[in-house]
Write a protein that binds this ligand. Structure first.
Ligand SMILES: Nc1ncnc2c1ncn2[C@@H]1O[C@H](COP(=O)(O)OP(=O)(O)OP(=O)(O)O)[C@@H](O)[C@H]1O
Ligand SMILES: [Mg+2]
Length: 380
């Protein structure tokens, strides 16, 4: 047994393996096989377009009674590319809602610059600000519909406030109802709608005035998983149909996985990690990577006495299966997969496996896996 494992270790180190895998650290390396679709280096990439939303060194200080200060935003910088769905995650109190309020100028930042669709939101007059706000649709956790008004009247409400003529309002409402899949429910009252349908109405209302940006603050937190999925599909569909730029504030990593193109981690009022979702997840040294696709838990019962647990990360792309190759390596090693997850993120399949091996072999196995280009470390 020992000798066959040693043979395997030598083999793995010496033999090209037909998987695309990650070494420790942020750099991707393809160990063998055809050229892989590693993102092109900057020099070949087309110049990125101007961001639709740009925050530079934004600070927001709240002054409490008694003189104490709360630094809700503390030098936050963030760019959101046009047409992307950008997730913002962070623990409670990190400043997510303050960020949304500053973006819509419901709050003025204490310092810093905020641009939305090319406009400097911090230098607008009250009238210009009202106009600029019409370019930003808002969706909240609860749709907050007016109970005494029908679905159609709820959607028409912001248009009426903005002075849109009645005939045009009716046309827009019909279009919006169609867009969110509620064409036959215009006459229903909120009490006659499910939670997911109410949120659809909330989205229709946010989109009625033809915004270029949609800000969603915990849009699915009050919904069950299936309804969440359908609302996220809707958000992606309307982004595709209308070319919107979307920010989704969420504490649900499944939301980030399902719908976001990019993600930023907010902590104590600033962005501490972020980037394109696929890049973030591939950088297994990042906290976001482990939050978006967490390491699997290993129940005590799945671990024999004297076993160590190795955290192993693999990445595959269409046509480059990695999971099967890794599983056969683990089998050769005499180890076992105690638990694991595979998630599709963009075009990549991300696998996180907890592999159990005899503790005496752990560091040698890690070395061998790393030599084969696989991210592996002994779990503390
Ligand atoms: N109006 C206010 N006056 C004083 N402090 C405030 C005010 N609004 C927010 N804060 C403080 O600013 C910090 C950030 O709050 P914020 O509501 O932006 O957090 P959050 O990330 O949205 O949290 P959650 O996930 O719980 O919604 C917190 O410490 C909060 O107490
Ligand atoms: Mg909040």
């Amino acid at each position: 047994m020992q000798s066959s494992r040693e043979t395997w270790l030598v083999d793995v180190a010496a033999t090209p393996v037909a998987v695309r895998v990650l070494p420790p650290g942020p750099m991707e390396v393809a160990v063998s096989g055809p050229a892989v679709s590693t993102p092109a280096p900057e020099e070949d990439a087309p110049a990125s377009p101007d961001p639709m939303i740009s925050l530079k060194d934004v600070r927001k200080v709240y002054r409490l009674r008694g003189g104490a200060q709360v630094r809700a935003l503390d030098g936050l910088s963030l760019d959101v590319a046009p047409g992307t769905i950008h997730g913002i995650v962070g623990t409670s109190g990190a400043g997510k809602s303050t960020l949304v309020r500053c973006l819509t100028s419901l709050e003025r930042p204490t310092q810093g610059r905020i641009r939305v669709a090319g406009q400097d939101m911090t230098s607008l007059s009250a009238r210009q600000l009202r106009e600029a706000r019409r370019r930003i649709g808002m969706v909240f956790q609860h749709a907050n519909l007016l109970d005494q008004r029908t679905t159609a009247q709820n959607i028409a409400y912001p248009l009426a406030l903005a002075g849109v003529p009645r005939g045009q309002r009716r046309q827009t409402v019909e279009r919006m109802l169609e867009l969110v899949g509620l064409a036959d429910r215009g006459a229903s009252y909120p009490a006659q709608l499910s939670g997911g349908q109410k949120q659809r109405v909330g989205i229709a209302r946010a989109l009625a005035d033809d915004p270029s940006v949609l800000l969603c603050d915990e849009p699915t937190s009050a919904l069950d998983p299936e309804t969440t999925r359908s609302i996220l599909d809707l958000i992606r569909d309307v982004r595709d149909a209308l070319g919107l730029t979307v920010i989704i504030i969420t504490h649900e990593m499944s939301v980030v996985r399902q719908v976001c193109d990019a993600v930023s981690l907010l902590e104590a009022g600033r962005v501490v990690e972020g980037g394109r979702l696929e890049d973030v997840v591939l950088d297994t040294s990042s906290r976001l990577s482990r939050e978006v696709v967490p390491l699997p838990a290993v129940p005590e019962a799945a671990r024999s006495q004297g076993d160590a647990v190795l955290d192993v990360c693999v990445t595959a792309h269409p046509g480059e299966p990695a999971a099967v190759a890794l599983m056969s390596m683990v089998a050769e090693l005499g180890g076992d997969i105690a638990s694991g997850v595979f998630e599709t993120v963009g075009a990549a399949q991300i696998g996180r496996l907890a592999v159990t091996v005899p503790a005496t072999q752990a560091s040698r196995c890690v070395t061998a896996l790393r030599q084969a280009g696989i991210t592996a470390e002994v779990r503390a």
